[in-house]
Design a protein around this ligand. Sequence first.
Ligand SMILES: C[S@@+](CC[C@H](N)C(=O)[O-])C[C@H]1O[C@@H](n2cnc3c(N)ncnc32)[C@H](O)[C@@H]1O
Length: 171
Amino acid sequence: MLINIKIASDAKKWLEEWLEPSYCGCEFGSGFSTIWLAQRVKQLVSVDHDKAWYGIVNDAMEQFDIKNVDLICEPSLILYHKAVDKYNKTFDFVFIDGYKSKRVECVNETYKKVRPNGILILDDSHKPYHSSIFKLLNDWERMDFKSPCKTGGYRYTSIWIKKDNTENGNT
Ligand SMILES: C[S@@+](CC[C@H](N)C(=O)[O-])C[C@H]1O[C@@H](n2cnc3c(N)ncnc32)[C@H](O)[C@@H]1O
């Protein structure tokens, strides 16, 4: 398994600089990114809906001696996006790269768990089915990273930074 996070290359560079070994995050859509992230942070919760894929990622974690990931398989699409609800804490980052038709729900469930100045990463953010995420996070700072597709045209990874309202004297 090739260890990489398959997002736009400038997004990857930005993320690599931003991540700290003390950070905790969660991702929807396990895979190469799970190992890549786990090697750079303290703790990762990773959720996937596909049992066979979960097994492959689990084996890869053993192969790479990764011990800081809670790998969750949630095949029920009613429960999938709620899989991190049980974590009663904030996350430094959330990475949305999983089951396509549940991505909006995944953001709805997790954006409040991002700490102030933490980030939400959305791969393939140019897809029209993501438009409500842009509306929901309208008041967060956003960066769009463009990358050429092999088939022509471009794809995007977007990263939102959650505003820290306490910096303005608000609580
Ligand atoms: C776009 S992939 C990305 C997963 C991960 N974030 C990464 O960067 O590797 C999204 C989904 O594809 C599904 N999948 C199933 N079989 C797969 C395979 N052979 N390779 C990659 N993804 C697979 C998984 O359920 C996974 O959640």
